[in-house]
Design a protein. Structure first.
Length: 206
């Protein structure tokens, strides 16, 4: 189920961001066309919901729809800023990331908690993990500013400007700060060696 939802979100992201390559292969909409890719993505979303509803929990439908709506709203904000050449405040950007990616992680944890005897609220930790994952991805791609160009020299110039202005270093510091916050959250829940190990690997690649 998580892989189905993640795959769907990635396909739609690629269309909305005009992505050409996904993990070193052509983006799905370039191979199969935008209409078929959108239709297939919507089919997977509804198929996921259908499978979840079969589990019979009274809260599962609202849990799924609420998190998906937040993710869609976050994506909408990013598209609006990009298409209207508006630079959001840091607070606005953080909230967008929380909506777009954090709620997808929250969805997975929330769905599992519905059927678990452990009723500890891990939603905040889940959203933080989603946020740090997205921020690291953006920093590695150096596309904090989405460009509608295939001109490599222009993209390199953009990256140089970001470096000169300290934007990339600021982003790195922000990620490291978020990483420390996540570690505190993990310790507050009694520790988790596997999750801490993942954070170690993430921090080493920043």
């Amino acid at each position: 189920m998580p892989s189905l939802i993640n795959c769907t979100i990635n396909r739609l992201d690629d269309i909305l961001d005009n992505t050409l390559v996904r993990r070193n292969v052509p983006a799905a909409h370039l191979v199969y066309g935008i209409p078929l890719t959108i239709n297939a993505s919507m089919h997977v979303v509804m198929l996921s919901l259908q499978k979840l509803l079969k589990l019979g929990h009274p809260m599962i439908g609202s849990t799924f729809s609420n998190c998906m709506l937040e993710a869609i709203r976050g994506q909408g904000k990013e598209i609006y800023w990009r298409d209207n050449f508006q630079c959001p405040t840091e607070e606005q950007y953080d909230h967008m990331i929380l909506q777009k990616t954090g709620h997808m992680f929250k969805l997975l944890v929330s769905l599992m908690s519905l059927f678990s005897t452990n009723k500890t609220d891990y939603s905040h930790l889940a959203t933080l993990l989603g946020c740090i994952g997205r921020m690291v991805k953006y920093r590695h791609k150096s596309n904090i500013l989405r460009q509608r160009t295939t001109d490599i020299s222009l993209k390199k110039q953009c990256v140089l400007l970001l470096e000169e202005l300290g934007s990339l270093q600021y982003t790195k510091n922000k990620i490291l700060q978020l990483e420390r916050t996540i570690r505190i959250e993990i310790e507050n829940f009694g520790g988790n060696p596997e999750l801490s190990s993942l954070l170690d690997e993430l921090a080493s690649n920043i």
